[in-house]
Design a binder for this molecule. Structure first.
Ligand code: NDP
Length: 487
C-alpha cells in the first residue's frame, strides 16, 4: 500500500502526528496510508512558506508564468493517474474525476493568463500630488480544502494564490488527502521553488485550527461547512488575517409552467445528483409550478431511475458512493427526520444493501415531496443525493420559497419568458443564477456566496482581490514647501 508523507520546503518528510488510512468508499477497504502532521510540522511549514514567499514574490513574472505553464502541462500529462487516485479516494465516477481535473487545469490556465495583468491604477487626486496603486501578494496563504472536489478546489485556490506571488500551505480534508500530495510532486517537478507550496495533512480541528491562528500565516482561503467557516472567522480574528470563505448551500431550482420540460428535467436531475449530491451548489430544492407539477415529477422520477450507479472506475458509471460511512449515515438521518416531519418519500430513501455495491457507501437517489418549508430537509444542507420537491402557484411564491434559506450560493430558473427570467434572477439572493441550464462553476466567472454561503468570489478575476493587498503610493511633484502646520 502506498504511503504518502507531508510536503514541506520541497521535500516529502515524515509527519510526526501519526499515520492515517485512506479508505475506498466503494468497499470501505484501505487504499493508502498518509502521514499526519503535528504542531511542530505546521511551524516548520510556516517557516519555510515564509522563505518561499520571499523567493516567489521576487521571481520575475515571465519565469513565474513559465513555471506555472509547466505545472499545467504536468497536470495534463498525469491526468489519468491523478483521476484514478481521486476516484478511488472520493468514490467519484472516473469520467467525473477526469472532467473535474481538466476543469481545474482550465482554472490554472486562466490565472496564468492573469499573472502579467495584475495592474494598479493612477487616481486623480489633490493638486501637486500624484498617486498610483500597486497590487502586492499578501504573503503566506493557508488553503483549507474539503473532500468533495479535492484537487479541483485546491486548484481554484492555488492558481490565483501563486499567480499573485504568494506562497501557500495546503490543508486537504482528512478523508481525501491524496491528490493534493500528488499535486505537490508536480509542483516540484514544474520548478516551483522550495517552500512556495507546502502540503500538511491532519485533523482540521487540531492542526487546521492551529494553522488558522498561526502568526506566520497571513491569509486563509477556506472551502467547507458554514459552521467551520464561522469557527475559522473567530480563530483568524486575533491576528486580523485576511479570510475568504466558500461555504454551504441549499440552492433552489425553479421550474415555471412555460419551461422546456425535457431540458428542465434533465438539467434538474444532473444539478442534484452530480457527485452524489455532494456539491455545495447542488440544486437540492426543486420548486415546480402547479400546472406542470405532476408531469415534471413523473418524468423526474423516471430519469432518476435511469442514473447508472456503480463502481466508480467503470467508465459508464454516473453516480458513485458517498465519501464515507459516517457521511452516509448522516445523509440517511436527514431523510428519516424529514419523513418524520411529514415529507412524502417518492423514491429512494435507503442505502443500497445488496449486489456488488453492498459493502460501499452507496445511497439511492432520493426524492422527498414536501408541503412545508419548515421541514428539516428543506432547510438544511444534506450534501447527498437527496432532493426535496414542492409546488408553487405564483412567481412571488416561488421567489419567497427560493429565498427562504440561510444560504445563498446558487439557483437555477427554467422558463422561456425572458422578462420573468430577469425579474426572478434579480429577486433571488444568491451568488450564481443559471437560466435554462445547470452549470454554475465556469473558469472566468465569479463563484461564491451570499448570506451564510460565505464571502469572496473565486474562479474569476475577483480572486485577484482575495490574494493581493493594494498599496497606494502618493508623490509630491511640485517645488512648493512642505509645511502643513505653517510652522
Ligand atoms: P468541513 O468544514 O468539515 O472541512 C473542510 C476543511 O476544513 C477540511 O480540510 C477540514 O479538515 C478543515 N477543518 C475542519 N475544522 C477546521 C478548523 N476548526 N480549523 C481549520 N480547518 C478545519 O467541510 P467538509 O469537508 O465536510 O466539506 C463539505 C462542505 O463544504 C459542505 O458544507 C459544502 O457545501 C462546502 N463546500 C462549499 C463550496 C463552495 O464553494 N461554497 C464548494 C465545496 C464544498 P478535516 O477534513 O481534517 O476535518
Amino acid at each position: 500500500m502506498n504511503e504518502y508523507k507531508i510536503f514541506i520546503n520541497g521535500d516529502f518528510v515524515d509527519g510526526r502526528g501519526g499515520i492515517g488510512e485512506v479508505i475506498n468508499p466503494h468497499d470501505n477497504k484501505p487504499v493508502a496510508k498518509y502521514h499526519i502532521a503535528n504542531y511542530e510540522d505546521v511551524d516548520l511549514a510556516v517557516k519555510y512558506a515564509r522563505e518561499g514567499f520571499e523567493k516567489w514574490r521576487n521571481t520575475p513574472i515571465n519565469k513565474r508564468i513559465r513555471i506555472l505553464q509547466n505545472l499545467s502541462k504536468l497536470l495534463s500529462d498525469n491526468l489519468d493517474k491523478i483521476a484514478q487516485i481521486e476516484s478511488l479516494n472520493v468514490g467519484k465516477p472516473i469520467s467525473s474525476a477526469k472532467g473535474e481535473i481538466l476543469a481545474g487545469i482550465n482554472v490554472l490556465d486562466f490565472y496564468i493568463g492573469a499573472v502579467n495583468k495584475i495592474m494598479g491604477e493612477t487616481i486623480p487626486t489633490l493638486p501637486g500630488l500624484f498617486n498610483y496603486t500597486i497590487r502586492e501578494p499578501i504573503g503566506v496563504c493557508a488553503l483549507i480544502v474539503p473532500w468533495n472536489y479535492p484537487l479541483m478546489l485546491t486548484l481554484w485556490k492555488l492558481s490565483p494564490a501563486l499567480a499573485c506571488g504568494n506562497s501557500v500551505i495546503i490543508k486537504p480534508a482528512s478523508w481525501t488527502p491524496l491528490s493534493a500530495l500528488e499535486l505537490a510532486k508536480l509542483c516540484k517537478e514544474a520548478g516551483i521553488p522550495d517552500g512556495v507550496v507546502n502540503v500538511i495533512t491532519g485533523p482540521g480541528n487540531t492542526i487546521g485550527s492551529y494553522l488558522v491562528q498561526h502568526e506566520g500565516v497571513d491569509k486563509i482561503s477556506f472551502t467547507g461547512e458554514t459552521k467551520t467557516g464561522a469557527e475559522i472567522m473567530k480563530l483568524a480574528s486575533n491576528t486580523i488575517k485576511r479570510v475568504s470563505l466558500e461555504l454551504g448551500g441549499k440552492s433552489a431550482n425553479i421550474v415555471f409552467e412555460d419551461a422546456n420540460l425535457n431540458d428542465a428535467v434533465n438539467g434538474s436531475v444532473w444539478a442534484i445528483y452530480y457527485n452524489s449530491g455532494q456539491s455545495c451548489e447542488a440544486r437540492s430544492r426543486i420548486l415546480v409550478h402547479k400546472k406542470i407539477y405532476d408531469k415534471f415529477l413523473s418524468e423526474f422520477v423516471e430519469k432518476t431511475k435511469k442514473i447508472k450507479i456503480g463502481y466508480p472506475l467503470n467508465k459508464d458509471t454516473q453516480m458513485g458512493p458517498l465519501v464515507s460511512k459516517t457521511h452516509l449515515n448522516n445523509v440517511h438521518k436527514y431523510v428519516e427526520e424529514g419523513i418524520n416531519q411529514g415529507a412524502k418519500l417518492i423514491y429512494g430513501g435507503k442505502k443500497i444493501e445488496d449486489g456488488e455495491l453492498k459493502d460501499g457507501n452507496y445511497y439511492m437517489p432520493t426524492i422527498l415531496e414536501l408541503n412545508s418549508s419548515e421541514n428539516i430537509c428543506f432547510k438544511e444542507e444534506i450534501f447527498g443525493p437527496v432532493v426535496v420537491i414542492m409546488q408553487f402557484e405564483t412567481e412571488e411564491e416561488a421567489i419567497k420559497l427560493a429565498n427562504d434559506s440561510k444560504y445563498g450560493l446558487a439557483g437555477t430558473i427554467w422558463t422561456n419568458d425572458v422578462k420573468r427570467a430577469i425579474r426572478v434572477t434579480n429577486a433571488i439572493r444568491a451568488g450564481s443564477i443559471t437560466v435554462n441550464h445547470p452549470l454554475t462553476a465556469i473558469p472566468g466567472l465569479p463563484f461564491g456566496g451570499y448570506k451564510q454561503s460565505g464571502f469572496g468570489r473565486e474562479l474569476s478575476l475577483d480572486a485577484i482581490d482575495l490574494f493581493t493587498e493594494k498599496k497606494s503610493v502618493i508623490y509630491k511633484y511640485t517645488e512648493d514647501e512642505v509645511n502643513p502646520w505653517r510652522l
